[in-house]
Design a protein around this ligand. Structure first.
Ligand code: 6PG
Length: 262
């Protein structure tokens, strides 16, 4: 029996950002010691902005982010052109990639292939092939293992584009799935599968703002919440999961695990 997920709660972004940076640096170090690259999967939503605060703000403490060793993947992506306002790639580029000081080098970024915008299943298959080419042949590893997954949590408990009650949650074999009727617009997306998200070496959820408090309470304090996509990652990955939250998001939650700074 492993330990429960870690919960790190902060007054606000000013103190969350340096701790998130320290956590990322630690994950980067372990990954570089292990295999000389740092493979990270990112979600969209509010995450890239918070991440930018953690990564780009010089005041956030010591340690060098070795961007040239980073391989960035999308934990989920919307089937839209890369410069579209709904594109997670565009958001990450605008918030982070375009702002990395030149001397720190550039990450390798694996975006979706926009040739397949009209066929979202093919887009998912192609993205899976990309993962296969990076992580190993499909027959030699059962699942790709990201060094770090940085994920958001929706107000209904979804994460990536894995929504509560979706049949995609039962998919055990595929690495990347397509969705054509996402309850959160836009409808067409691709997403990592649940087993891939659960398999990450480290998994961090970032949830901030009072709009998250009801779902946080459900995920951490109720049985039903454990069946929601975020809850399913919590129970499978246990202490490999860390939640970075601010006080408004965690108000009223009685989750008994570790809280505070790293
Ligand atoms: O592309 C997406 O829609 C996201 O990856 C999605 O899963 C997001 O992370 C959550 O909806 C939380 O979004 P917020 O952080 O904006 O609440």
């Amino acid at each position: 029996m492993g330990k429960p997920p870690n919960l790190f709660a902060f007054q606000g972004l000013d103190d969350l950002a340096p701790s998130l940076r320290a956590y990322i640096l630690d994950a980067q170090k372990s990954a570089l010691d292990r295999h000389h690259v740092f493979r990270v999967a990112l979600s969209g939503g509010s995450l890239p902005k918070v991440l930018a605060r953690a990564l780009l703000d010089e005041k956030n403490g010591e340690g060098v982010i070795q961007y040239d060793k980073w391989e960035i993947f999308f934990a989920d992506e919307r089937a839209v052109p890369l410069d579209h306002e709904d594109s997670n790639y565009r958001l990450v580029k605008q918030e982070i990639l375009d702002k990395i000081p030149q001397q720190l080098g550039k990450p390798t970024v694996y975006s979706i292939d926009v040739k397949y915008l009209d066929d979202v299943q093919e887009m998912a298959d192609q993205y899976e092939k990309t993962l296969v080419s990076v992580f190993a042949a499909r027959d030699s590893v059962k699942l790709p293992m990201f060094d770090l997954l940085l994920l958001g949590c929706g107000p209904d408990g979804h994460t990536c584009s894995l929504f509560p009650g979706s049949p995609l949650l039962r998919e055990l074999d595929a690495w990347v799935l397509s969705i054509s009727d996402s309850p959160k617009p836009p409808p067409k997306r691709i997403t990592l599968s649940l087993p891939v998200t659960q398999h990450g070496i480290k998994i961090a959820f970032i949830a901030t703002g009072g709009g998250k408090k009801d779902i946080m309470k459900e995920i951490f304090d109720t049985e039903e919440g454990q069946q929601l996509p975020c809850g399913l990652i919590n129970s499978a990955a246990q202490e490999r999961v860390s939640w970075f939250v601010d006080h408004p998001a965690i108000e009223g939650v009685s989750f008994p695990s570790r809280r505070g700074s790293l």
